[in-house]
Design a binder for this molecule. Structure first.
Ligand code: GDP
Ligand code: MG
Length: 173
């Protein structure tokens, strides 16, 4: 059976862009997880990264909850279910925007509710930062404040950093 990787992060950090890059032209399965308030779509696909194959989940439910404001309660059920069946979470942040209070909230939530999950922080939208190693370093240092180790700078849009992401997730899968 293929290992499962879930993409988490606040809205707009590029989870869906990374999901699409991972599955390329392969089919995504969309299913609903109805709960009390909203119907949340989760996209699932088979990802290919180098010689790695894994099931990838685009946790759009997390963003629905995040945008509704009460991330701590609303994401609990959906996110926990998805995380429980995953070997790894890729926690995306936006390198250009810097750390957002929501990022810290998501991080706190993950640490409290799923302390045992393997987690890699990916600093997306880094393509413009690659030109300047100082900016890239500064963004990296800031992201370390999440407390999940060294972030991997990537660009879901251009594909930059996919090799580094590969080496970061390979030991876990
Ligand atoms: P999600 O809400 O986390 O699923 O984020 P999306 O994948 O929908 O992306 C949000 C916005 O960021 C979209 O306008 C994307 O085109 C843009 N975006 C995603 N990845 C990148 C990237 O690597 N670089 C840049 N510059 N923009 C990106
Ligand atoms: Mg999305």
């Amino acid at each position: 059976m293929l290992p499962t990787v879930v993409l988490v992060g606040r809205p707009n950090v590029g989870k869906s862009a990374l999901f699409n890059r991972f599955i390329k032209r392969r089919e995504a399965l969309v299913y609903n997880t109805p709960d009390d308030h909203v119907t949340r779509d989760i996209r699932e696909g088979v990802a290919k990264l180098g010689d790695l194959r894994f099931v990838v989940l685009d946790s759009s439910g997390l963003e629905t909850a995040a945008s509704s404001g009460s991330i701590l309660e609303r994401t609990a059920r959906m996110t926990e279910n998805v995380l429980l069946k995953s070997q790894l979470a890729i926690f995306l942040i936006d390198a250009r925007a810097g750390l957002h209070p929501f990022d810290l909230e998501v991080g706190k939530w993950l640490r409290r509710h799923t302390p045992d999950i393997n987690l890699v922080v990916a600093m997306n939208k880094s393509e413009s930062l690659f030109d300047n190693s100082c900016t890239l370093l500064a963004a990296g240092f800031e992201a370390q404040r999440l407390g999940f180790g060294d972030p991997v700078p990537i660009s879901a849009e251009t594909g930059l950093g996919m090799q580094e992401l590969y080496w970061a997730i390979k030991p876990v899968l």
